[in-house]
Write a protein that binds this ligand. Structure first.
Ligand SMILES: [Zn+2]
Length: 424
């Protein structure tokens, strides 16, 4: 089934390349994933297709839900359903959603949360949570003077949903797959330039926290670029898990860091915390048993970013692999803990605002790498007006960047000295 769908997609794409007007229609609850294609003159393809909010919307038709996406020009697309949670996913050969809001698209709230945006270079994705199990009975693109994609869903019993849900290829379709484990990167001992991987959180169709028109994804990317520049000036090699506003799954972030031979990975966030008046910076290290309620909610929200993007965590619950990971982590974890402590110390020394518990353990997926130390810095909380102001202030960011560079250098020296000692 998977192969045939993928073959269909390839046929569709190659037909598009030949500029042949094509219309593929599949109906019935067993239709599964549906690839829709395009007519279109070559000349039109130079401009990016846009979603036209005025011609788009979600409406009930009897028991069915019909979602219409008005387009400035046709785009190749495919649509399918995913389970746990139940979601409708549509992938487009790049569709610009600028100026369109999910709330206006689905004013009646027939879907749960809707997310859309860039997914991979050249590809965009829309993910809509389903309120109840449904079958995708029609996914069609109409390529007349008012091009549009129509997705029609009908309710089905839960068992029927589970049977037909599933991405056409891998849920990680078109994403770099996690590489086989390379030989362990040799622990840094000061004999080569330090290599830091910066990991700005969220991006693309996962904006992260949002407040007053600002998104966490954009703010932490700005900060990461400034930190990269300062680290590079200090003679430290830097790689980024993303350098544009694009979606990167949590597991891919670890793969990127591993492939780069990271001496340490630093994830950067500025989440929103609903409860209390959270403000100031926090340094998180991995702790599987962390029980702090706020940290647990943050972990859930970060994993949810992947879920809502249609990219489920692989769930390494293989027991043997789990034991091996724990063993490897036994060496890495104290190094991560020290990195979080030194960074928090450096931020405090610079006189910058810290959260009431500045160093915390958390069960964040992005901190689970067993083979290199990693920390997650919440630069501040987007839910706090004072923190927002700070994040938007270039002078404050300069001070925070300087504090982190200082902290990273201090940690690396002590960490290298320990590596040399252990080897004797
Ligand atoms: Zn975040």
């Amino acid at each position: 089934m998977r192969q045939s769908i993928f073959a269909l997609l390839l046929v569709v794409l190659s037909l598009c390349a030949a500029s042949l007007p094509v219309l593929v229609r599949a109906e019935g609850p067993d239709a599964g994933a549906i690839a829709g294609p395009v007519a279109g003159a070559r000349t039109e393809l130079s401009a990016l297709a846009r979603l036209e909010p005025g011609r788009s919307g979600v409406e009930p038709v009897g028991e069915q839900i019909v979602a219409t996406l008005g387009l400035s020009q046709p785009v190749p697309f495919r649509a399918y359903l995913l389970d746990d949670p139940s979601r409708l996913v549509a992938d487009f050969r790049e569709l610009d959603f600028t100026g369109a809001s999910p709330a206006a698209f689905d004013p009646g709230g027939l879907f749960g949360e809707i997310r859309w945006g860039r997914f991979r270079p050249g590809w965009s994705r829309m993910v809509a949570e389903l309120a109840e199990p449904a079958a995708l009975i029609e996914a069609v693109e109409i390529t007349d003077a008012a091009p549009r994609i129509v997705l029609r869903l009908a309710p089905v019993p839960a068992e029927a949903f589970a049977a037909q849900a599933g991405a056409p290829a891998s849920a990680l379709w078109d994403l770099p797959q996690p590489a086989a484990l390379e030989p362990a990167h040799r622990r840094q001992d000061g004999s080569a330039p330090l290599r830091i991987v910066l990991d700005p959180g969220h991006g693309g169709l996962d904006p992260g926290a949002e407040a007053e028109g600002h998104t966490e994804a954009v703010l932490v990317l700005t900060f990461a670029r400034e930190l990269k520049e300062a680290l590079t000036r200090a003679g430290i090699e830097v790689r980024m898990t993303r350098d544009e506003d694009i979606f990167v799954p949590l597991e891919t972030r670890l793969t990127v860091a591993r492939a780069a031979g990271a001496d340490a990975m630093i994830s950067l966030h500025a989440d929103a915390l609903a409860e209390g008046q959270a403000t100031g910076a926090t340094a998180y290290h991995f702790d599987a048993a962390a029980s702090d309620e706020a940290a647990r909610k943050l972990a859930e929200r970060h994993d949810r970013g992947d879920l809502l993007a249609g990219v489920d965590l692989d769930g390494h619950d293989d027991e043997v692999a789990g034991v091996l990971m724990d063993l490897a982590r036994a060496e890495t974890q104290p190094r991560s803990l020290r990195l979080s402590q030194v960074l928090a110390g450096s931020i405090k020394e610079a006189g910058l605002k810290m959260y009431k518990h500045p160093v915390q353990g958390a069960n964040f997926a992005v901190l689970k790498a067993p083979d290199f130390p990693s920390v997650l810095i919440e630069l501040g909380y987007l839910s706090s007006e004072a923190d927002r102001k700070r994040l938007l202030d270039v002078e404050w960011r300069k001070r925070m960047v300087a504090a982190l560079v200082q902290g990273i250098e201090t940690w690396a020296q002590a960490d290298a000295a320990e590596a040399r000692l252990l080897r004797q």
